[in-house]
Design a protein around this ligand. Structure first.
Ligand SMILES: Nc1ncnc2c1ncn2[C@@H]1O[C@H](COP(=O)(O)OP(=O)(O)OP(=O)(O)O)[C@@H](O)[C@H]1O
Length: 254
């Protein structure tokens, strides 16, 4: 992302963001509600067209690329939306193969094997014939992630992918994202999960990128106060993981 901005008539929602993500990196996108994380992800996914600046994949500007061309490179898992469809879970995951098929050809054996592997990776094999309407929020969320994996993208963008997941599935998903060779940019509200699993955190505040670096360098008490509005300390738990201990709401946030 170079000097990337996205604006609406009321002003800039994303402002002058410069961010380079290396191949295979797992980057956590953090920031308070309304700081511009989803809007930034949407620009990177090509769902929104930047008002200024550029998004490049492997050095190539994506402006003007078709959705199909973008989807061959990057998968996007948006915040869970209440979609109602008569599809079965397996059909939704199989949508991940669409960017690679001609309009007239159904899935071939290779497509089916890729979908099977994605279902297995998310522990959804037993639910593949279940109707979408009958699934829980967490099952739907895992299905969207399986659909993204079925795209076999170079890069995966995820917007709050853990928000419907129970604690075990949260850890499973973060293990998967941190362990994959793919480049990952993931918006997260859980700072401890973000610190534990991400190579790097980037912090957004009022549309701007205000910090980028290793989790312990980004999550300082000063930023927790000024950006998140909490009075907090960082430390380590018995396993050596970075912790954020919150005393309460900050009295004098910036
Ligand atoms: N189409 C739009 N028109 C006007 N304002 C918008 C539009 N889309 C987003 N916004 C505003 O831009 C700001 C950033 O929204 P965005 O969803 O990117 O934030 P976020 O960091 O993802 O927030 P959250 O953590 O709550 O999901 C918010 O104040 C939102 O209301």
């Amino acid at each position: 992302m170079e000097n990337l901005s996205w604006s609406v008539p009321g002003g800039d929602i994303v402002r002058n963001v410069d961010l380079e993500i290396g191949s295979g990196e797992t980057v956590g996108l953090i920031g308070p509600n309304g700081s511009g994380k989803s809007s930034l992800l949407r620009c990177v996914a090509g769902v929104r067209t930047a008002s200024a600046g550029t998004v490049r994949y492997d050095g190539r500007d994506i402006r003007g690329w078709s959705a199909r061309r973008i989807a061959r490179h990057t998968a996007f898992v948006e915040q869970a939306t209440e979609s109602e469809t008569d599809l079965r879970l397996g059909d939704v995951v199989a949508l991940g193969r669409m960017p690679f098929r001609s309009r007239w050809r159904g899935p071939d054996r290779a497509d089916r094997a890729i979908v099977d592997a994605a279902l297995a990776r998310l522990g959804l094999t037993g639910l593949r014939t279940r109707g979408w309407r009958t699934l829980s929020g967490g099952e739907r969320q895992r299905a969207h992630i399986a659909r993204a994996l079925a795209q076999q993208p170079r890069c995966i963008l995820l917007d709050e992918p853990t928000n419907h997941l129970d604690v075990r599935h949260q850890y499973e998903l973060m293990d998967l994202l941190a362990g994959t060779e793919q480049t990952v940019l993931v918006a997260l509200h859980d700072l401890s999960l973000a610190a534990r699993y991400c190579d790097r955190l980037v912090l957004m505040h009022r549309g701007s990128l205000v910090a980028s670096g290793p989790p312990r360098a980004v999550l300082t008490p000063g930023r927790l106060r000024d950006v998140f509005g909490i009075d907090a300390e960082t430390g380590h738990d018995g396993l050596g993981n970075l912790t954020v201990a919150c005393r309460g709401v900050a009295r004098d946030p910036a």
